[in-house]
Structures are given as C-alpha cells and as structure tokens.
Write a protein that binds this ligand. Sequence first.
Ligand SMILES: [Fe+2]
Ligand SMILES: [Fe+2]
Length: 163
Amino acid sequence: MIVFRDLFLHFLQDMYYAEQQILKTLPSVVEATDNPKLKASLEDHIPETRDQIARLERTFEAIGEPVKGVTCEAILGLLQETEDILKETGGKGPVQDAGIISCAQAIEHYEIARFMTLTAWANAWGMEEAAANLQKALNVERAKNAKLNELAAAEVYGLAVVV
Ligand SMILES: [Fe+2]
Ligand SMILES: [Fe+2]
C-alpha cells in the first residue's frame, strides 16, 4: 500500500513527463497555424513549458526527491488526439485553428487539474517551497487557458463558417 506522499510524488513525476511531452509536440502545433496571434501564443508556451519543467525540478529538490518522470497515458492520449485533429482538419485555416485551440485547452485543463491537486496537497502538508512552485505552475497554465479562451472568441469562432 502506498502513502499520500507516494501519490503526491507519482503526480509530480506524471507532470514532469507530461510537460516534456508537451514541449516536444508544441513546435509542430505552432507550424499548423498561420493565425499570427494563435501562433504567437503557442510559440510563447515553448519557453513557458521549459520554465514549468525547471519549476518541477526545483519542486523535486525542495522535497528531497530525485528528479524523475513517469509515463502519463493521459497526456499521450491528449497529444495523440491533437495530432489526429490536425490530420482530420486537413489544412491551415479557421477550422483547424478551432481544433488546435480546443485540443490545447483540453491539455491546459489536464495540467490545471493536476497542478491544483499537487498545490493543495503541498499546502496541506506544509511543503511550503513545493507549494509556492506548484502554485506558480498552476497560474501559468490558468493564464494560458484564459488566453486561449480570448483567442477562440476573437480570432477563430468569429471567422469560422459554421455549416
Ligand atoms: Fe504545461
Ligand atoms: Fe500548458
């Protein structure tokens, strides 16, 4: 039987793996849109994701655990879905942009869910430095999700032809 700390560590490792997979995938998603604002927002998420990885590394260090990832099937599924949607929409334009935003938001929501749990647990157990890092990581994903909401409304849905 595992204890709470093991579960905390599992989700921390899960997010460490997830952020690395996201970092690998982002350049191909950036390439899939010509919308300047969406492209810029996705491009910005590359250094932001590198910072998230560094933040997670500091979190491992703060709790005296080795930096390690564990395969996260959820993120692999969400990234696969993103790739499938790019194939399905078959070319650049407002429909593909809407698909990209929808898939990116599914990923942001996954990250938000995990970072919320990790932050809450770190706070509950008095892991102050870890909690501060995780709260910052949570804020970054929330801000990105809010930005995508804005872009969807202003840049994509307003232009998409609904049939
Ligand atoms: Fe992230
Ligand atoms: Fe993100």
